[in-house]
Ligand binder design. Sequence first.
Ligand code: ATP
Ligand code: MG
Length: 274
Amino acid sequence: AYWPSRESSNLIVVEDLVVKYAPELPAVLRDVSLSLKGRERVGLLGRTGSGKSTLAMSILRFTDPTSGRILIDGIDITKIDLHDLRSRLTFIPQDGALFSGTLRDNLDPFKKHDDIECLDVLFRVHMITESVYQSQKSFRPAAHAGTRPSSRVANPPAEASSSTALSVTDVESKAPISLDTKVSAGGVNFSQRQRQLIAMARALLRQSSIIVLDEATSSIDIETDTNIQATIRKEFGGSLLLTVAHRLKTVIDYDRLIVLDKGSVIEFDTPWNL
Ligand code: ATP
Ligand code: MG
């Protein structure tokens, strides 16, 4: 059976989790216990410094527990090879975690997908418009359908880059981008919003059963936030989605909400009951 299963009613179980960043420092998470089901959407709320990111990162073992443990679909995550764990879950950090290379490299680091699939997810997260997506797609045979054209449509000469037929145009900056667009280390040539959208597109390609999203902070405007949330609702329906949110509004229609205060869970219920 595929692990972790989407159907588990105890897909993520956190047991008495205590996290300290150093032995002499106070605990950032204090006896956190909770259980999350497959396919449910859970919002994680709390003031700045309450431990939201620490809890999210603990699930991917970016922080080690001082005591307690986390089970995913019945398996203690410290017993799983770290690379294996991280390849089966998807973490979308606040900064999107981009690396130096092309946009295609960032979307599909293990080269498992063809150009059309990569364009498809960029379109689904609203990085490219429908018309641009359609025109790009018609120039791009699927990788397995034949050899790529020797003259790459994705990398038109500079003078051709203003042609909408040939360039993927980013709806935000209007700067022409394509799958061959260079990404600098950390993705600093993209905005924070774009970095998260690219990380979301990567998550869509991977289709994992667990997605942990640490929402970008207040630098994102409400409208953008609403768009991102709409994309999430539409695209990640089959997965357990744990979203660290900065506003109640963005997760108000989720299945359940966790509220952290100074490292402790003070609420864990449906939005209706809170
Ligand atoms: P925000 O809403 O600002 O993102 P948060 O709820 O995500 O906050 P965390 O980032 O989990 O909070 O931080 C919880 C506490 O742990 C804070 O007091 C923070 O200063 C501390 N902390 C976080 N990372 C580290 C670290 N690497 N070393 C030491 N302390 C840390
Ligand atoms: Mg945080």
